[in-house]
Design a protein around this ligand. Sequence first.
Ligand code: SF4
Length: 247
Amino acid sequence: MSTRRGEIMKELGLQRWRLRGRPTRGDAPPAAAVAKAEAATEAELPLDGRAAQILRMDWPQLKDSVAGCVACPLHKGRTKTVFGVGDEHASWLFVGEGPGAEEDLRGEPFVGQAGKLLDNMLAAIHLKRGKDVYIANIVKCRPPGNRAPEPLEAAQCEPYLQRQIELIKPKLIVALGKVAAVNLLRREASIASLRGKLHDYRGIPLIVTYHPAYLLRNLPGKAEAWVDLCFAVDTMRGLKNKPAAAT
Ligand code: SF4
């Protein structure tokens, strides 16, 4: 193991894991779940005028719109909006919950301790922020006290993320934490029931793992997150090897 890789695995608390090594039987996600994608169950909400407008925007229009957005109460406490960062044609999209204090100051997602861990998680599967990877959040303004976004706030912000996803066209979405997962999938569920399964977001495969901020407080969760990352890597490999559909 190279020194750098050793450091990364140490940071993750995962020295005994290897990317190429499959999870052991006890660690594997439920077999039936892995094989089959789950469709989101709830019907899509009708678009109001604002959402319809956002869903026609290009990247510059979208960035301008977010920068000046006052569509929900979160705008009152923000320092900067946190639009998202990365490769605008990325295969991988990682979605978190919302900006924290440092993200609010810098206008970039995942730049604090949780961000450092996310970068290490990416490095452990040979990915890098900005290189075939895009990182975004459910809401683009910081919820006060780092609370979870309220349903109204998430709903008002949703068209922005939806449009970002339409423009990026990722092959795979990784939802970081329950808040990201339930908002993207539009159904309430425990993170335990969502992990280890291939879900579907508007035709794009979606995998759920823990939020890095949770992993900072919960060491056993890191081993489970590693299982999720291996699952994501295997899924992406399958997606990239899949023959293009005949036109
Ligand atoms: Fe607008 Fe989203 Fe910020 Fe709310 S969180 S003000 S909807 S950009």
